[in-house]
Design a protein around this ligand. Structure first.
Ligand code: UDX
Length: 430
């Protein structure tokens, strides 16, 4: 197939390179000339394991980038993979999606024959039908279902394993309105489906596909929050929450993944998507109490961690090492990372903060230019009065003598990663 992807951010670039890997001819359209040049040079504009190899392999051949929307005319289908940033009330800003839909419509006005437009970005139910389709209709002079079809195909890519997640998905969700759209989507995704029909391909409505993405993330985020709620209760009774959560995970109805209790969830998806679907529900007059509780539990974990520290030491003037700045191990992404919340609260309380992360320091420096940063966990701990462990990087499990260089060896562990040892005042958040 000939495919066009509008947007070459995290999702757009990943799916463009992966579609090329599946054998399709792909053109990635973006307004940013630097990103376009970098892709055409065979360089991935973002860091994601396996992505650099795919871009290098296919650039100049099955994968190219352009700022020219006219190149879409030679393609069969266009995926919209544009950013949907959060507004203050949690709802998503559709500005970029709407602008791209209009530009795409103006381009499709000049196309002979059918075209399929697929929403890839996470958008609240009815967005594709009510906001994207009509804009393309207006700009193209063509009707949905006649000159072009619309569809929705959510992504379930985790940062750090996005390429693998794309190439070996648990499910493929295709939301469409016409047989023709399903057929085109089937052809696009056929290389991912084996003879036994795995992974399952779910054919559903467009708004259902939009909601499936939110429901998926809301469920996982709530599962972690429920694990945290239970772990907080365990702590009050001196019960080992790891034993409890690992054991309930053995029940096949519960399952063991996403029961990791600790500081809670961050990143670009769970916080944004839970906020967006809560705001969308409220917009329709429904108060989603359970989801709001999941958010509240999540927001409370960093404060509980600081309370454990306050019980031991006055934060004013205290030097605190924050170990782990990324929102999870394996990434340099600090968006909504728990460490950002901890650092803000520590600074408000007058503490002197030193941060350490194996890869996320430069991103955090842009956010907090005035705190200290160490080149190693050992350097961060040296002369610190306390340490807060915010990300479960493997290297923190090996810390040992490094704690001896602390002024006072207080260690509060938000991820149950540090190995307890004699001589440190250790407490786990859960
Ligand atoms: C998530 C979804 O998994 C993915 O399907 C979706 O498309 C995008 O959002 P991502 O944000 O990359 O992916 O990371 P994920 O591995 O899901 O972790 C999210 C957050 O939850 C991290 O902050 C992580 O530390 C936290 N987490 C995860 C826990 O606190 N406990 C767990 O058991 C698992």
């Amino acid at each position: 197939m000939n495919l066009s992807i509008i947007g070459s951010g995290y999702v757009g670039t990943t799916i463009a390179a992966c579609f090329a890997e599946l054998g399709h001819d792909v053109v990635n359209v973006d307004i940013d000339e630097d990103i376009v040049a970098s892709l055409n040079d065979g360089q991935a504009p973002i860091h994601e394991p396996g992505l650099a190899e795919l871009v290098e392999r296919h650039a100049g051949d099955r994968l190219r980038a352009t700022t020219d929307y006219d190149e879409i005319l030679d393609t069969d289908a266009t995926f919209l993979a544009l950013p949907t940033p959060s507004n203050d009330d949690g709802s998503i800003d559709l500005g970029a999606m709407k602008a791209a839909a209009t530009s795409l419509g103006e381009t499709l006005a000049r196309k002979d024959g059918q075209h399929l437009v697929v929403t890839k970005s996470t958008v609240v139910p009815t967005t594709t039908v009510d906001a994207i389709g009509p804009r393309i209709e207006e700009a193209s002079g063509k009707r949905v279902g006649e000159g072009f079809d619309i569809a929705m195909n959510p992504e379930f890519l985790r940062e750090g394993t996005a390429v693998d997640d794309f190439l070996s998905p648990d499910k493929i969700v295709l939301g469409a309105q016409t047989d023709r759209a399903y057929e085109t989507l089937d052809e696009i995704f056929a290389p991912l489906v084996d003879r036994a029909g795995n992974p399952p391909v779910v054919k559903t409505g467009i708004s259902e596909a939009e909601m499936i993405k939110y429901a998926n993330n809301a469920f996982l985020a709530s599962k972690i929050s429920l694990a945290n709620d239970l772990a907080n209760i365990c702590k009050e009774f001196g019960v080992d929450s790891d034993e409890v959560l690992e054991t309930i995970g053995l029940d096949s109805r519960i399952g063991s993944s996403f029961l990791g209790a600790g500081l809670g969830w961050g990143g670009s998806c769970f916080p944004k998507d839970t906020a967006a679907i809560i705001a969308a529900a409220r917009g329709r007059g429904y108060e989603p109490r359970l989801l709001q509780a999941a958010v509240d539990v999540n927001d409370g974990q960093p404060e509980r961690m600081l309370d454990l520290l306050r019980e031991r030491i006055d934060l004013d003037g205290t030097r605190v090492a924050v170990l782990g700045l990324a929102f999870k191990p394996g990434t340099d992404d600090i968006r909504k990372s728990r460490a950002t919340l901890l650092i803000s609260s520590l600074l408000d309380a007058g503490a002197d903060v030193v941060g350490y992360d194996p890869v996320a320091t430069e991103n955090m420096r842009e956010r907090f230019p005035d705190i200290d940063y160490a080149d190693s966990a050992a350097d961060a701990l040296a002369n610190a009065d306390a340490a807060l462990v915010a990300t479960d990087w493997d290297e923190f499990a090996a810390l040992d003598d490094e704690f001896d260089a602390m002024r006072s060896p207080i260690v509060i562990d938000g991820r149950r990663i540090v190995t307890r040892r004699e001589g440190i005042d250790y407490e786990s958040l859960v």
